[in-house]
Design a protein around this ligand. Structure first.
Ligand SMILES: Cc1cc2nc3c(=O)[nH]c(=O)nc-3n(C[C@H](O)[C@H](O)[C@H](O)COP(=O)(O)O)c2cc1C
Length: 359
């Protein structure tokens, strides 16, 4: 049975910690799993939602048909609210967002683009919209576009965190916007959750931490590498996929970041990727070339990076593969189930709150 957003509970489910985000999305804990290509699959999304958080499906490597099947699969695995992530700059992302709207996804999370049309259509059926932002300017613009909440991604984050750390970015955006905030970038435990709430957030999204759970499809060899690395063992570079991006520090990622990938090799690798994803290569390429050559360049770089990301995650290949990971890898030393992790985070958060109250 499909759960329509209008069926989401108006009454918060019982939890020791209700916030503007748990009330908005109808979830039990202020904990989200952000979109992560090849990782935030229907299985992980459903595990997060079933454990009382909000799982967000990554649609970056999916075409429209695959996105529809993935949404239906999530609904087979959970009757709880979930989200669909759309990186609007990626090829096919607008089509995937359209599918999410047609399927009446409870929450749509958009990033790297303008989501006013998504907010309008989602609100028509009672859906909620979460906009990913990395600056105060983005936050104000997302508010104007009709977003219901902000996912604020700080510098510590895996992949495309902003230039400002979560410690400063979260309160800066709290001052700039009245919307509920999900803080992301560097959050992996109960103390992090309490810190985020103290900074003005209403929940945290944990990417690196949830990629290191039993339900996450990350290859065992890659999980082992994360366990062995510390907080400083990441690179932050614009040369990997054309945007500032954080990844695990390995010989392969150093090679990938040495200099920007040329347009021709990027376009070649992107076309291979588009074919693999069943996307109309010529439509994407010619449409992009005629309208926005700069955007085409970015698309080519994203497409080229996607295969390296897949190799590290699905095949544990670190000769050619590059693993996106945040500084929070230094806080991760086990691979629990999602439910075990959430129970621990919430218990530690309560203990942390009590310790501070006793000072
Ligand atoms: C392994 C991994 C893969 C990711 N893939 C993507 C992606 O494909 N697109 C994207 O916008 N963000 C991606 N992210 C970033 C997350 O959406 C989120 O912003 C980030 O993980 C939050 O910071 P944290 O890792 O410190 O929790 C990825 C993160 C991880 C850990």
């Amino acid at each position: 049975m499909h759960q329509q957003y209008s069926e989401l509970p108006n009454q918060p489910t019982p939890s020791a910690m209700q916030t503007a985000i748990t009330r908005l999305f109808g979830i039990q804990h202020p904990l989200l799993c952000p979109g992560m290509s090849y990782i935030a699959t229907p299985e992980l999304v459903a595990a997060v939602s079933n454990a009382g958080g909000l799982g967000i499906l990554a649609t970056g490597p999916l075409n429209a048909e695959q996105t529809r099947s993935a949404i239906r699969r999530i609904r087979e695995l959970t009757d709880k609210p979930f989200g669909i992530g759309c990186t609007l700059m990626m090829p096919g992302a607008a089509d995937n967002a359209q599918v999410a709207l047609e399927e009446r996804a409870p929450v749509i999370n958009y990033s790297l683009g303008k989501g006013d049309w998504i907010a309008k259509a989602a609100h028509a059926y009672g859906g909620k919209v979460l906009a990913t932002v990395v600056t105060e300017k983005h936050a104000k613009s997302a508010e104007k576009c009709g977003a219901d909440a902000l996912l604020v991604t700080g510098h510590e984050a895996a992949a495309h965190g902003g230039s400002v750390t979560s410690l400063v970015l979260t309160p800066a955006i709290r001052r700039a916007s009245a919307l509920p905030i999900v803080a992301a970038g560097g959050f992996a435990d109960g103390a992090g959750l309490i810190a985020a709430l103290a900074l003005g957030a209403d929940a945290v999204a944990m990417g690196s931490r949830l990629a290191m759970t039993r339900e996450s499809p990350v290859h065992a060899a890659t999980k082992e590498m994360v366990l062995q690395r510390g907080a400083a063992d990441t690179l932050y570079s614009k040369n990997f996929d054309g945007l500032w991006c954080r990844m695990m520090d390995t010989p392969a990622s150093r090679r990938a970041c040495r200099k920007p990938l040329g347009l021709l090799p990027a376009a070649f690798r992107a076309s291979q990727m588009a074919r693999r994803m069943g996307m109309p290569v010529m439509k994407v390429a010619i449409g992009g070339m005629l309208s926005q050559p700069q955007a085409l360049r970015q698309l080519a770089l994203f497409g080229a990076a996607t295969e390296s990301i897949r190799l590290a995650i699905q095949e544990g290949n670190h000769e050619k593969g590059v693993q996106l990971i945040g500084q929070a890898q230094g806080l991760i030393d086990d691979v629990p189930s999602v439910a075990e992790l959430f129970a621990r985070v919430m218990a530690d958060a309560q203990a942390c709150r009590a310790r501070i109250a006793s000072l």
